[in-house]
Design a protein around this ligand. Structure first.
Ligand code: RAT
Ligand code: ZN
Length: 464
């Protein structure tokens, strides 16, 4: 006896077969063969998830933007529990609770600030924000017992670490191969170390950061002239030539992989501003000569609340027309971009589809939270496939590499699982070797390809 469910199923199958027969019949004669959707022996979701997890965990990351320093820079390389606690992301959160004038907070020692932040964000309230959770992920991964809530024993544990060994152990624990520093000749603590020279750590790469040069030309003109460059405040041909010499000197001295600048939301290009003139007449010629990409980070409103110091910067929606202009007008140049505003992400993806000299990277700063990494990475894969770099850590404290990458890896795994699951539903099979290849592309391979790619030797852009 056939029950009604089986009967309905049989009718549906017959309808489906009839539908396919009609399509085949009506289709113009071709060598396309039609068949029922492939459903045989699908890989179990658990297996696929494990394979992706293996690829995501095993792939060593090239972290393309951090604020860490080569250990040769001594105290400039921050690490340990107090530096973790006084990270400006946590300062902003703690000062929301602390009944203390900002200047009183800044007068305290680092240890006192850390004590207050621990008290407010970990003991008086549950530490559920991304930055707080990050500290606990880090401590837990390092083998410390977070249940004890004992700040002083955590301090003692770090005090017993040997910095030189700690660096490699943290990088290894974080699954990070190399980190790219943010190197600024305008930083008075950093500059003399470069001038003196030192033996480079092979896992620390360099990027030349030029915010002051572009965003505060009067002050930078003064500094460049102190350093022997013949510049005037007027951006005439001689001055621009000297700025190029400065970029050349520092690009070579630090062996910079690329140049970087963060920009306000209203950045304009082309324009008669010092920033736009310097970009057009010094930065882009330098990048053209050397093949170095220019990384732009639009959307930061500096000093929205200056009393908070480093924690006082905000976000604004950027106009991306200047970026479109740059990509279209300088097809031989390479632009790497991360935008701070969530609302800029979709337009940016569409722009990257139009211009292959544009590489999108990272979920920057306020977008480096699990929910936004998920959203942005999903959108990027849907519009760009694998031709982008989903994340950079922006770590300022060495140990942060552990949590920033643990948290990001988890989200990237989830997004990839969804995407490969969708592929499997079509009958397409991705091998484990292909999964590893794809993850390597996302974790630094694609950025390396972009940096080495020479747009001049290839056919022009072909917008889709
Ligand atoms: O994320 C941060 O730590 C910010 O303070 C900025 O440094 C930002 O990442 C930048 O590079 O300007
Ligand atoms: Zn940064």
């Amino acid at each position: 006896m056939i029950d009604s469910t089986a009967l309905t199923l049989q009718v549906r199958i017959s309808e489906a077969i009839l539908g396919i027969a009609l399509i085949v019949h009506c289709a113009p004669s071709s060598d396309i063969t039609f068949r029922m959707p492939e459903r045989s022996a699908p890989r179990r979701a658990g297996d696929l998830s494990r394979q992706i997890e293996r690829a995501v965990q095993a792939t060593q990351i090239d972290d393309i933007h951090t604020h860490l320093y080569d250990p040769a820079f001594g105290d400039l390389l921050l690490w340990g529990i107090d530096d973790l606690l006084v990270y400006h992301y946590l300062v902003a959160e703690a000062l929301r609770y602390l009944p203390l004038p900002f200047n009183r907070f800044w007068q305290l020692s680092k240890t006192q600030q850390a004590d207050l932040i621990w008290e407010q964000l970990f003991l008086q309230h549950s530490p559920i924000s991304e930055s707080c959770r990050g500290i606990l992920t880090t401590l837990n991964a390092l083998g410390l017992d977070t249940r004890k809530r004992d700040l002083n024993s955590i301090r003692r544990w770090f005090a017993a670490r040997k910095p030189a060994r700690h660096v490699d152990e943290v990088l290894d624990l974080a699954g990070v191969n190399t980190v790219c520093m943010t190197n600024s000749p305008f930083d008075d603590l950093e500059r003399p170390i470069w001038e003196r020279g030192f033996r480079r750590h092979p896992r620390f790469k360099t990027a030349l950061r030029i915010d002051p040069l572009l965003l505060d030309w009067p002050r930078s003109a003064q500094r460049l002239s102190e350093w022997g460059y013949q510049v005037s405040r007027t951006l005439n041909a001689k001055t621009l030539g000297e700025v190029r010499r400065f970029l050349e000197d520092w690009g070579t001295r630090i062996n910079a992989g690329f140049l970087m600048v963060s920009l306000p939301p209203n950045f304009a290009f082309p324009a008669r501003t010092a920033a736009a003139i310097l970009i057009e007449k010094a930065v882009l010629p330098h990048c053209g000569d050397t093949g170095r990409p220019f990384a732009l980070m639009p959307g930061v409103k500096r000093g929205v609340n200056p009393g908070l110091r480093l924690a006082g910067d905000g976000v604004g929606l950027s106009t991306l027309a200047p970026l479109e202009y740059l990509c279209a007008t300088y097809p031989q140049h390479k632009f790497a971009v991360t935008a701070l505003a969530r609302e800029n992400q979709h337009e940016l993806c569409v722009l990257a589809r139009k211009f292959r000299n544009l590489h999108l990277f990272g979920c920057w700063w306020f977008t480096n939270t699990p929910s936004l990494i998920g959203e942005i990475t999903r959108m990027r894969t849907e519009l760009l496939g694998l031709s982008f770099t989903p994340q950079h850590s922006d770590s300022r404290v060495l140990d942060q590499l552990i949590y920033k990458w643990r948290h990001s890896r988890t989200v990237i795994h989830q997004v990839l699982l969804e995407k490969y699951q969708d592929l499997e539903d079509t009958g397409w099979k991705v091998t484990e070797a292909e999964l590893r290849r794809d993850v390597q592309a996302l974790f630094g391979g694609e950025f390396a390809r972009f940096c080495n790619f020479n747009p001049q030797s290839d056919v022009p852009n072909n917008p889709s």
